[in-house]
Design a protein around this ligand. Structure first.
Ligand code: ADP
Ligand code: MG
Length: 217
């Protein structure tokens, strides 16, 4: 794994904003089936603002970049996912404070802190069919695989997103549907898996990003 510099962090967020624009309708459709249909619009809008802000501010550390992400999301993404992603990036920022770049150990600490923050804020546990499922899968890879196999981590994140499909949602809007939330991949889990694919691809050469079979979501 190559340590993630501030410049690389900005590139990751820029690439993620583009991926979200591509997946906007897919994420909206998933959220339409088990929520209110806005997850794609929320995320594409928020992270496009993030990419602009980062390009304009040119952070000198990944921590400073994460701080900008967190603040921008608070102002641009409402709903459940805005505060949750904002919390995640705030925790990453705190964990990486004072570092010029993020190596594997820093990533391990950062993801653990971010997951803790998401869980504290949203009160969801693993298996509740939320983004927590994907962050937990990545955290497990970071804890058990040392050195980390970035390809495995990307695949674990994608598999965790797909594994939300048969689950009954126990948190968020989808929980109102009860068992009728079964049969649809959780949109926040997909958006999280898409972020980890960009992050790990930037930290490790040769990572192959998942090919999503849209008809299977
Ligand atoms: P909203 O549900 O307010 O419309 P979004 O549609 O943008 O917000 O985001 C929905 C996503 O947020 C879900 O797919 C899920 O992954 C995540 N989410 C919702 N509630 C929680 C929670 N309590 N804890 C963790 N993640 C949650
Ligand atoms: Mg929604």
């Amino acid at each position: 794994m190559q340590p993630l510099t501030a410049e690389a962090f900005v590139r990751v967020m820029d690439a993620y904003a583009q991926v979200l624009a591509e997946f906007r309708d897919v994420l909206n459709e998933l959220d339409n089936r088990i929520g209110d249909g806005d997850h794609g619009t929320n995320m594409a809008r928020g992270f496009s603002a993030v990419a602009e802000k980062l390009k304009a501010s040119q952070p000198t550390t990944p921590a400073a970049g994460c701080q900008t992400v967190a603040m921008t999301l608070l102002g641009t993404v409402g709903g459940a996912s805005g505060p949750l992603y904002s919390t995640a990036f705030l925790k990453l920022s705190a964990a990486w404070n004072g570092r010029a770049d993020v190596d594997e150990e820093a990533l391990r600490g950062g993801v653990a802190a971010a997951l803790e923050g998401i869980m504290a804020r949203g009160r969801a546990a693993v298996g509740d069919k939320t983004m927590v499922d994907v962050w937990t899968a990545v955290q497990r890879e970071l804890q058990t695989e040392q050195p980390l196999d970035a390809q495995r981590a990307v695949e674990a994140a994608a598999a965790a997103a797909l594994a939300t499909k048969p689950l009954t949602a126990r948190k968020g809007r989808a929980a109102y549907l009860g068992d009728r939330s079964q049969g649809t991949v959780d949109p926040g889990s997909l958006s999280s898996a898409l972020w980890f694919a960009e992050l790990f691809a930037a930290m490790s050469e040769g990572v192959v990003k998942p090919q999503w079979d849209l008809s299977a979501l």
